[in-house]
Design a protein around this ligand. Sequence first.
Ligand code: FES
Ligand code: FES
Length: 176
Amino acid sequence: MAIKVYDGDVAVRVTVNGVKRSGIAEPRTLLSDFIRHELDLTGTHVGCEHGVCGACTVRIDGQLVRSCITFAVQVDGAEIETVEGMADGAQLHPIQEAFRDEHGLQCGFCTPAMLLTTQALLEEDPDPSEGVIRDYISGNVCRCTGYQGIVNSVQNAARRCGDAAATCAVRNEVSE
Ligand code: FES
Ligand code: FES
């Protein structure tokens, strides 16, 4: 339950990439704006702003969610995963390495959401067929790659995560 701070605004407390965070939001504040402007995590991108392109996708309690059609106050108390939580310092996440090696990005605008979507897919199906991959990423619009590089990247990521599953999982340790 969000705490009321003063007229209209509420404090929203979340765990983001394993770190407890809080910020102030108006009841109408979109989660994408809260993440980018209140939490300063600008890896979550905003494209269409009406739930179509998928660029703003983050994970809320493990589920893929479009943050541009979610209110920040709706996620009070939730665990959020954003692209910033994938790399371990300078060490890229295996899924990021797969996208780099297979040229799964050009401008990179869709990439944070593609990475998180790939992570969620591989948790559900560690060895997805090409058809399953194309279906799973169909809610994420890419203007650049023509998608084949992204499909190749997901297949590459599946091989990497099959070899080292522990390093592909969401990091759940919580710090203050
Ligand atoms: S910016 Fe959220 S779906 Fe396009
Ligand atoms: S890499 Fe440019 S939109 Fe996907």
